[in-house]
Every structure is written in C-alpha cells, then in structure tokens.
Design a protein around this ligand. Structure first.
Ligand code: ASP
Ligand code: MG
Length: 411
C-alpha cells in the first residue's frame, strides 16, 4: 500500500462540477487501496479576483492582510471537495494550512515552509480518511496566516509528500505531462516519460510553466518523485525524478525552452580596468533589477563593450541606470533592444556528449539565424536571437535534436 499526495490545480477545481469529478477520481483511485492526501488550489480565477478586490482599496495591499484575504480561495475548495467525497461515502476531512500546522517563515506573500506537523494527517489516514489540505498557505510562529507565492500549491503538495515520505507526489493539471517543447509552437512536440529534477528546474526557469519552480527545487532536495498528469484524461504523465545511470537510449537533449521576457542592454567603450563590471552591474542590482546573461567583449584600445539581459519589465529602469553609469564612466554609448528572445536546449546527456553546442549553432546557421549572445551551463545552452526568428529556431532545434514525434495520420 502506497501513500500518494495528489495536487489539483485551479482549473481542475474551477467549478462545482469539476470538484465532483475530482472526488469521483479520488474515490476510484482509493479503491486501489492507497492512502491519499489531496492538496487543492483555489478555483481558477479566484486568487486573481481576491487580489483585485484588495487593489480596489489600495495599490499596495498590506502584505499580512493580503495573505488573510487570498488564503480564503483554497479554504473554499478544501471544504467543497471534502463534501463531495463524503457524498460518495469516502470518509474525508479538510484542513487549512494553519490547522495542519504548516509552519512557515513570516515573509508574507512569499513565505517558505519550515516544518510540517504530520501528526493529524497520520491519524486521519490511519482512520481511513482522505485528508484534503489547502495549498498555498501556512502559518508563521506567531499565528499569522502566510502564503507561498503564486502557484504555491505545487510547493505545498511536494512539501507534504516530503514530510509524509510519500511514495509519489502527483500534480494534476490541464496538460498531460511535460513536453519536449511547447506544442503550440512545435506540433510534433512529445510528452516526456521522464525528466530529471535538474532538467525540469532548467526548463521551469527558462520559461516552461508547468510547475512552480520552488516545488521542483523542493522535490529535488528531498528526492520526492513528482508526476505531472492530466486531471481528467487517462495517461501516465511525466515522472520527474533523480538522474539515473545514463542509458544508451537516453536522448542528449530532453527539451527546448524559450522565452520572450528578456531585453538586452549594451554599454560601449568602457575603460577595460578592474572593477568596471561591478561599476556597471552594481547600480543595476541596487535598482533591484535581476541580470540574466552577461557578455564582455575582448578589449581593444583599452576599452571594451559590455552586454547583458534583464527582464523586459525592467528594461526602462535598467536603461536609465545604465545611462547614468555611462556618463560617470565616460563610456561611448548605451543601446538596448527589447525585440529579442532566448532559446535554450536542456539535457543531462550533454555532460557525456561533446559538440552539443556546435550542433545547436549549426542548426541555427542553416536557418540563417544570427546568434547575439550565448551562455552555457553543464546541462543547458542558451542563445539570444532576434525575436521574430524564435519559432523558426525552436522548430529547427527540435528537428535537429531528433525530438519530433514520428509522423502520425491526422485524427
Ligand atoms: N491559488 C494560488 C494561485 O493562484 C496558488 C496556486 O494555485 O497554486 O497562485
Ligand atoms: Mg496553479
């Protein structure tokens, strides 16, 4: 008999009808004899609606009160789901984060889980009940309600699975797994049977939005097997797990991630002396702007060019800061570009295969796509290109790395 934590996202509990469907699914699942802890999100749109209410009172809601407000979304769904289960003669009980005692720090709106009391949960499971826990919320040591940041119910699910040493944490959502890339861009994209925590983390931070990044970090840290599945369609989903022995069949590249959220800034003709990188990026970070990629050119005539990317929302802010810095340093000029995109190939197979990056550059060259910036890590290569070539680049790479699904007759 296994212990499974199942998390259902907002669209899966978006209506009473769907909540009943989820209850039906849990009832069937339970007939297999496993113990089940269920974590639910708020009904879809509810968290946004609550935040919007707060913003009607003031632009900057008091963080503590905002948590009191938004945590109610999940309280609604746990109660409804418990009722729907009991209607089906499935013994069930619902708990808020506070009632379980999911202890967090006091960082309202982005709290971190410190400890989970599993006492009540274990007693209920032993008594044959399905335990339904509110996602996204906890309580700090002074009894204040806290929330874990948008998408935080995933993290609640994983944290509960870790605390209970569950056999698997299943994330039920509106897609049937993790794909090699976004199927809206590449129709031949395939569902992955398996992906490692590391790869999933890269995919998530590079723009794939299936799971909250923190939940993947958490799962990796505590080695909680995570499975992404469709709420209402049958199928094995995608298992996210530790890196096993690399097998012969393992593809070198697991997926291609991309995003259009970045902008590029360049400062030209800065003196090539120690401390210049700090003089350029120090004020950027003081302005609370996060920098992603950085490139510094080789110097000639004792000056150099320096280019970096930031989130597109931070572009104007960063540009202003950089113009000030340019004046102070006597730099030649500052320029920027918001029409860029980042494309990344991700795969643990890269560790044992040379030449993956050049294979990527070759595929882009064949399509005449100019690479503006490059960055690499052990398991990923990212390039910045002109935004209008993004889809072409993703498709070309998907084919070059043999990720396309075999052609099937159209249904
Ligand atoms: N309801 C919260 C949100 O919309 C948490 C979650 O759904 O995971 O962000
Ligand atoms: Mg969600």
């Amino acid at each position: 008999m296994a212990l499974i934590v199942q998390k259902f996202g907002g669209t899966s509990v978006g209506t009473v009808e769907r909540i009943e469907q989820v209850a039906e699914k849990i009832k069937k699942f339970r007939e297999g004899g496993d113990d089940i802890v269920v974590v639910v999100s708020a009904m879809s749109g509810e968290t946004n609606r609550l935040i919007d209410l707060a913003k009607q009172i003031g632009d900057q809601p008091v963080p503590r009160e905002l948590d009191v407000l938004v945590s109610t979304g999940e309280q609604v769904t746990i109660a409804l789901l418990a009722m729907a289960l009991m209607k089906r003669n499935v013994p069930a009980v619902s708990y808020t984060g506070n009632q379980v005692r999911i202890l967090t720090d006091s960082a309202h709106n982005k709290a971190r889980i410190l400890q989970i009391d599993d006492h009540k949960l274990r007693t209920d499971l032993k008594a044959g009940r399905v335990v339904v826990v509110a996602g996204f919320q906890g309580v700090d040591e002074n009894g204040n309600i806290t929330t874990l940041g948008r998408g935080g119910s995933d993290t609640t699910g994983v944290a509960l699975a870790a605390a209970l040493k569950a056999d698997e944490c299943q994330i039920y959502t509106d897609v049937d797994g993790v794909y090699t890339t976004d199927p809206r861009v590449v129709p031949q994209a395939q569902r992955l049977e398996k992906i490692t925590f590391e790869e999933m983390l890269e995919m998530a931070s590079l723009g794939s939005k299936v799971l909250q990044i923190r939940s993947v970090e958490f799962a990796g840290k505590y080695n909680v097997p995570l499975r992404v599945l469709h709420s209402f369609k049958e199928g094995p989903g995608t298992l996210i797990t530790i890196d096993e022995e690399e097998s012969m069949e393992q593809p070198i590249i697991s997926g291609i991630a991309f995003n259009r959220d970045e902008a590029k800034l360049t400062i030209r003709g800065v003196p090539d002396i120690p401390g210049v990188a700090f003089k350029i990026l120090g004020p950027i970070s003081s302005a609370n702007v996060e920098v992603d990629m950085i490139v510094q050119n080789v110097a000639h005539d004792n000056t150099t060019d320096f280019t970096f990317t930031v989130h597109r929302n931070d572009y104007q802010n960063a540009l202003q800061v950089l113009e000030n810095t340019a004046r102070e340093l006597g730099a030649r000029e500052v320029s920027g570009d918001t029409k860029i995109a980042k494309v990344s190939i991700v795969g643990v197979g890269m560790r044992s295969h040379a030449g993956v990056a050049s294979q990527m550059f070759e595929a882009l060259a064949k399509e005449n796509i100019n690479i503006q910036m490059i960055s690499t890590s052990e398991i990923k290569v990212s390039v910045v290109i002109e935004e209008k070539y993004l889809e072409l680049a993703v498709r070309a790479l998907h084919t070059a790395f043999e990720l396309d699904a075999p052609a099937t007759k159209s249904e």
